[in-house]
Design a protein around this ligand. Structure first.
Ligand code: SF4
Ligand code: SF4
Length: 224
């Protein structure tokens, strides 16, 4: 099987399992946890508009539970695709949709999912620090597979499209969004600790984590 056929097969498998978007890219900077795996596959699932409508000016139970279910689905899709890639004779490491690496790296996983998504040409990172896909804005969750299967993107990298908008910065209840455009790879332009602490301090009954969702709800790219 040639790489074009493998790409189509993997895209079809991912979509049959519930993926909304699938992208492929070469990584200039592989993860230090897998230095020989210098290609990435980015997979997105679109989240429910109806669930976002339950967010007003605070997080909601519906969104928190939906977020966790989306992560579980993404992890399953990445696991199944990784199995398929290894059956074909390559290496594949699924990186969990929501990963932290202990006390020294509580807000980062083995690689930034949004960086892989940007390199795959699926969208850009907004001033909110969120990945905004071309099709669905930031109403998506992401997962990544690191691999040595050499398939690159045939889509161009997209520039940040926020323009002068600062709606998310002004809406963030934690003051975690600086209102700056991220660099080309979408590296951090928000204070992840402030974001996480806002949820932990105020909404323990709902759950912990950076899932208040207000920056998604207010973004005009999302038509909510
Ligand atoms: S999830 Fe909430 S607290 Fe975190 S950056 Fe977005 S708006 Fe701010
Ligand atoms: S709310 Fe405005 S500034 Fe924030 S991510 Fe959306 S478009 Fe960009």
């Amino acid at each position: 099987m040639n790489y074009k056929d493998i790409k189509i097969k993997l895209e079809n498998l991912a979509k049959s399992l519930g993926a909304s978007l699938v992208g492929f890219c070469k990584l200039d900077k592989p993860s230090k946890y897998a230095p020989s795996l210098n290609y990435g596959i980015s997979i997105a699932v679109k989240l429910s508009d109806a669930v976002f409508k339950t967010i007003e000016d605070a997080p909601s139970f519906m969104y928190f539970q939906h977020y966790r279910t989306a992560n579980a689905l993404l992890d399953q899709i990445a696991f199944r695709l990784s199995q398929k890639i290894e059956e074909l004779g390559f290496l594949a490491m699924p990186i969990a949709a929501s990963q932290s690496l202990g006390k020294n790296s509580p807000y980062n996983g083995a690689i930034a999912h949004k960086t892989v998504a940007v390199l795959s040409g699926l969208g850009f990172v907004g001033k909110s620090g969120l990945f905004l896909s071309n099709e669905y804005g930031s109403k998506v969750r992401l997962v990544t597979i690191l691999t040595n299967l050499p398939i690159e993107s045939d889509l161009p990298i997209i520039e940040n499209g926020c323009g002068d908008c600062e709606i998310c910065k002004n809406a963030c209840p934690a003051g975690a969004i600086f209102g700056e455009k991220p660099n080309a790879l979408g590296e951090r332009n928000i204070d992840a600790e402030l974001c996480s602490n806002y949820m932990k301090s105020n909404f323990q009954d709902i759950g912990r984590g950076s899932v208040c969702g207000i920056c998604i709800k207010v973004c005009p790219k999302n038509n909510l």
